[in-house]
Design a protein around this ligand. Structure first.
Ligand SMILES: N[C@@H](CCC(=O)N[C@@H](CS)C(=O)NCC(=O)O)C(=O)O
Length: 216
């Protein structure tokens, strides 16, 4: 049975999972869930208790949290598609460098998600932007990008010289900061710009950056 993603074609978290599915060459069916559908008691009881997308369904197994879903796909299909998205069987330092990069994306890069939430999602939902908050988050993300510049001036990717999930997981919000917010936060520093150009030029990302569609 084909793997299903309950998600939204334009949602950043759905794109995070879709890019991994494309890298691993795994066909999937997208079952579109509206934000209203995601708030129903049935959806929360059966699919996602927080009332959010996406959710992965594989042969009766359900998994939510986009980062966990990406890991599931990368591990289940370790032998096909892009290799090494999760370093398996490497030494302790390689494993921990990967976990460090994953933690950087999930915690340090949160500033990008919060900035998009304040500057883009709020007006989209008819809410008023707080300019002080936009300025604070922009300054915070600028500081984070200085650290990224230091890291990426030494290695090609965030966990070392090999592409991993940690790099791919940045794509939805890095793209939104650059292409929707039209900020140069990811393009004004040479090593960050080189890295962002590398990952955002991948065919997997180009296929989902605007809209996620079923591939099965
Ligand atoms: N940590 C969750 C976040 C999921 C999330 O925030 N999904 C958004 C779409 S990108 C959503 O459903 N937003 C509606 C809401 O939170 O009410 C994940 O990575 O899956």
């Amino acid at each position: 049975m084909v793997l299903k993603i309950h998600g939204n074609p334009r949602s950043t978290c759905t794109k995070r999972v879709a890019v991994v599915l494309l890298e691993k060459g795994v066909p999937f069916e997208l079952i579109t869930v509206s934000m209203d559908d995601a708030k129903t008691p049935e959806y929360k009881a059966n699919l996602q208790p927080f009332g959010q997308v996406p959710v992965l369904e594989d042969e009766g197994y359900f998994l939510f949290e986009s980062r966990a879903m990406g890991r599931y796909v990368a591990l289940k299909y370790a032998d096909q598609g892009t290799p090494g998205l999760i370093p398996i069987g490497g030494d302790l330092q390689e494993t921990c460098n990967f976990e460090k990069a994953m933690a950087i994306e999930a915690t340090q890069f949160l500033a990008a998600e919060q900035l998009i939430s304040e500057a883009i999602i709020k007006p989209y939902k008819g809410e008023t932007i707080n300019p002080d908050e936009v300025a604070r988050l922009t300054a915070q993300l600028e500081g984070k990008m200085q650290a990224y510049e230091q890291i990426l001036s030494k290695t090609k990717y965030l966990a070392g010289d090999h592409l991993t999930l940690a790099d791919l997981y940045h794509l939805p919000y890095a793209h939104a900061v650059t292409n929707v917010l039209k900020s140069d936060l990811l393009t004004s520093k040479p090593s960050v710009a080189r890295w962002f150009h590398d990952i955002s030029s991948r065919p997997s990302w180009l296929a989902v950056k605007d809209l996620v569609q079923s591939t099965a």
